[in-house]
Every structure is written in C-alpha cells, then in structure tokens.
Design a protein around this ligand. Structure first.
Ligand code: SAH
Length: 269
C-alpha cells in the first residue's frame, strides 16, 4: 500500500514505539510510564493490559489496533498509515506494544514506514514475555549447570516458506523459548524429537505470565502436545523447553492472588 502523506508539510509530532512489558503494570520502564502520562494519541495492541491503559490521560485518543483471535483488527498497512497521519497532526504519538517492540512485535516494519514518511521516532524497550515469564515462574533461562544459552523462536511456524532449524533448536545445552507456539505444539514436539532432543526434556507452558492469572503447566517434551491442549490453558502463553524448567520446583516465588485460582499454580498432566 502506498502511504499517503501531506505534500510540502512536515510531521509536527513524533512517534514513540514503546514496549509495555508482559502484563504486570509494575514492569513498565520509567520512561514508558512518563511517556504514557503525556500521550496525545495511543495505538495499542491487544496484549497491552487494561491496568497499563488506565495510566493514559483521559484526554488521550486511544486506538485499539491489536489482533484478538477471530476478531477484526487493523491491517498492518492501516496501522502504518495511522501512525503517519497522527504524527502529522499530533505532537506525541505512542505506539504501544506488549513486551518488547523488537521481539516478535513487527516494530521494525512500522519504523520503516516512519523512515519513509520522514516522521521522527524513538524506541523504548520493554520486558519481553520470555524474561517476564522466566522471572515470575522461577525458571532461569540460563544456568551454569544446565543451559549455556537461550534461543527465542516463533512457533507461528511459516513452515513452507522459512523452514525451522530444528537441529539447531534441539541442542540439549540450550533453553528454547517459543512465542506463539501453542497451536503448533505437535509440530514443535516432533521437530525437536526428530532432531534428537530427549523426550524427557522438561517443558513449561506459562499463561498470562506476570499477571494475577498466571498459570504454569509442566510436563516433558514427549507430552508437549497434550499439555498445550490443557483445558485450563489461557492465552497468551509461552513455552520454555529445557532442563532449567526443573529449577522452578524450588524457585517459583510468585503467588497470583486471583480469586479463581488458589495459591501457586503449577499444573502437571
Ligand atoms: N513483543 C512481545 C511478543 C509478541 S508475540 C514480547 O516481547 O513479549 C505474542 C506472544 O508473546 C504470545 O503468543 C505469547 O507466546 C507471548 N506472550 C506475550 N505476553 C505474554 C504473557 N503475559 N504470558 C505468556 N506469554 C506471553
């Protein structure tokens, strides 16, 4: 789509691409907090929690552009166009995304549009879901005895066009974090098992991490597909695969106090 800009005019405003973190409002950066309080227009994704949206001034124009399964959402082209249009007429435009805008957030694509339209911008990092989940579920992503590295992948496998590097992901000394993977749990399990990762490798699926509704579901890699179909599993949810998952037995400090859940939520098969 061709972007419409206003000839012979410059944007009066600036766009801040801001990471809102994984859910807990206290995990916002001070910079994000300050910017949100001064925002004139905010375009936000479905993953941004209501507690964070409550920080916006009543006068701010709030535009939901996020995707919620099954519901209509703005197309990427429409979002890009809105960002440019708003920056021509407003001083402070916030593009608010869940987690970190540069991790599976299409932040790069949106900024390219601003570059093309000569709209100034800044990027404010956020705590990505993997970090929030890791801390609040008590699963250190690396550990000298168990994992020398960690890899973040999308499980929204565009399998035909970009094949997944299962051989690389199956490294037993590495922790694998899978974003957007729940619906493809079977493909992920098979890919890793066929590449030689042990079926006994511990896995955790953490849903609504860092919120009062956080739940942790644990099993082994061989059982991943069954775990992903757990009737109580809610979205969004993240998978952590690797020996480090076992550390959560002793490190899970976070106790959500949701009325529908009791105490520490750790559900096994
Ligand atoms: N930019 C975001 C990720 C967007 S992709 C970030 O840095 O976190 C969306 C995926 O992130 C979801 O499908 C889920 O796998 C994960 N996710 C986001 N928030 C989450 C949360 N609170 N708990 C568990 N997973 C979450």
């Amino acid at each position: 789509m061709e972007l419409i800009s206003i000839p012979n005019q410059q944007a009066i405003g600036k766009v801040w691409l801001v990471g809102a973190g994984p859910g807990d409002v206290d995990l916002l950066t001070v910079k994000a907090f300050r910017l949100l309080q001064q925002a004139e227009v905010v375009l936000y994704d479905a993953l941004v929690s209501p507690e964070i949206l409550a920080l916006l001034p009543a006068s701010a124009e709030k535009i939901a552009v996020g995707k919620r399964a099954g519901k209509h959402s703005a197309s990427q082209d429409q979002i890009n166009q809105l960002l440019v249009t708003k920056a021509y007429t407003r001083k402070s435009v916030i593009r608010l995304k869940g987690g970190d805008p540069f991790i599976f957030g299409r932040g790069g694509e949106e900024l390219q549009t601003l570059v093309d339209a000569k709209v100034p911008f800044e990027v404010v990092p956020g705590i990505t879901a993997a970090s929030g989940t890791s801390s609040y579920a008590g699963i250190p992503l690396t550990h000298r005895d168990h994992a020398q590295g960690v890899t973040f992948i999308t499980g929204h496998c565009q399998l035909e066009s970009r094949p997944m590097d299962w051989q690389g992901y199956a490294n037993p000394n590495n922790t694998l974090v899978v974003y957007m993977g729940i619906l493809n749990a079977e493909i992920i399990r098979d890919g890793l098992l066929n590449a030689g990762r042990a079926a006994s490798t511990p896995v955790a699926i953490v849903s609504k991490a860092t919120t009062q509704e956080q739940q942790v579901f644990k099993a082994s890699l061989g059982e991943l597909a069954t775990l992903a179909k757990h009737p109580e599993l809610q979205m969004p949810a993240l998978m952590i695969i690797g020996e480090v998952v076992e550390l959560s037995d002793s490190l899970n400090w976070f106790e959500p106090n949701s009325t529908s859940l009791q105490g520490k939520q750790s559900l096994a098969l």
